[in-house]
Write a protein that binds this ligand. Structure first.
Ligand code: ZN
Length: 136
């Protein structure tokens, strides 16, 4: 079945499943770019493989999905699924602990980070302000 796809259809399909180009990330990338900042993407040499890397400034930006990275209380997108709660509890706690470890490792290396949460993308002006404050 997959063989019947044209190259265009194939790349479109790949684009849909590729986790690195999720929509919130694209929104932030476009916004940061429009502010005039240049960055690298997904630097694997840094803890947590940050989404946007500003090497000269030694700063990174993470764009976090609220569910997977467990945005704090008050975020409606962090609700636990009703089924398989034990599985999800362990999985999400593991994600959260990994994030904390990566953040600590980045700090130890002299990098600073900004986290943009998926639910905050509703207010683009606020994100732009935070990004400018962060990058200077
Ligand atoms: Zn959130």
């Amino acid at each position: 079945m997959a063989d019947s796809l044209t190259p265009e259809e194939r790349s479109k399909q790949m684009g849909l499943v590729r986790s690195t180009d999720t929509k919130p990330e694209m929104v932030v990338r476009r916004l940061v770019h429009s502010l005039g900042y240049r960055y690298r993407l997904h630097d694997r040499t840094l803890p947590g493989k940050p989404d946007l890397v500003f090497k000269r400034r030694r700063k990174v930006i993470f764009i976090h999905g609220c569910f997977w990275h467990r945005h704090g209380a008050g975020c409606s997108r962090t609700r636990m699924p009703k089924s398989r709660q034990e599985f999800w509890g362990k999985k999400l706690t593991g994600n959260e602990e990994r994030d904390r470890r990566n953040e600590a490792a980045l700090s130890a290396l002299g990098w600073t980070y900004l986290i943009v949460w998926e639910c905050q993308l509703k207010d683009r002006d606020e994100i732009a302000r935070r990004v400018r404050d962060f990058l200077g």
